[in-house]
Design a binder for this molecule. Structure first.
Ligand SMILES: Cc1cc2nc3c(=O)[nH]c(=O)nc-3n(C[C@H](O)[C@H](O)[C@H](O)COP(=O)(O)O)c2cc1C
Length: 191
């Protein structure tokens, strides 16, 4: 049965590269038969956190914040596409994530990290693991780590060369494992 999976990405930079990985994952989920949607923090445009969604009285949250709350609550699982700034997480994605809490509960999260260099965003990957599990998501054991993103996916999010081939081999296993957890937690929630 198709699952509803959200792919969350949060770079606000001009000429950002991680969007290639986010688009590639959305496409891979679609090819695997799932309903996938990119949640691009820059496009959603939430303000720097003042009030969380739950701090608003019913019906009073800004429309974009309320619409995203609905999508998060309806999703079966999440993939966080994590870039790395100064060995930490990207603020745009963290800001979007922090606006919500119960909306993610009891669903699996998968982390796909990347960087321009060879280290593949591993510091950010580890930091997100702590954050997402602390927020109540089941972070799946499998992860994607993509170094040299510009030499791995071209500007149309197509794999390039040997590193692109490695990513293309890894993505189906990554999706399969997320799907396993998403189906299990969906059944456990009685949905
Ligand atoms: C402010 C800043 C800090 C960065 N810090 C790191 C870092 O700690 N580790 C790393 O591997 N790459 C680092 N980079 C390089 C990023 O991996 C690269 O710019 C990448 O393309 C960022 O993702 P984006 O293009 O989706 O914004 C940094 C880049 C910026 C702009």
């Amino acid at each position: 049965m198709p699952l509803s999976i959200l792919v969350l990405y949060g770079s606000y930079r001009e000429g950002r590269l991680g969007i290639r990985l986010a688009d590639y994952i959305v496409k891979g989920l679609g090819e695997a038969g799932h309903d996938a949607e990119l949640i691009d923090a820059k496009a959603v445009g939430l303000p720097m956190l003042d009030k969380r969604f739950s701090d608003y009285a019913p019906g009073e949250a800004p429309p974009a914040m309320a619409a995203l709350a609905e999508k998060l609550s309806a999703a079966d699982g999440f993939i966080f596409v994590a870039g790395e700034y100064n060995r930490g997480v990207q603020p745009g994605l963290k800001n979007l994530v922090d606006h919500y809490l119960v909306e993610y509960a009891r669903r699996p999260a998968a982390i796909a990290s990347y960087a321009a260099g060879r280290l593949a965003g591993t510091h950010s990957n580890a930091a997100w693991h702590v954050t997402l599990s602390g927020m109540g998501m089941a972070v799946i054991p499998n992860t994607l780590t993509v170094g040299q993103i510009a030499q791995t996916l071209d500007d149309k999010a197509e794999p390039i060369g040997e590193s692109g081939a490695v990513l293309a081999r890894g993505l189906p296993r990554f999706i399969d494992e997320l799907v396993w957890w998403a189906e299990g937690t969906k059944a456990a929630r009685g949905q």
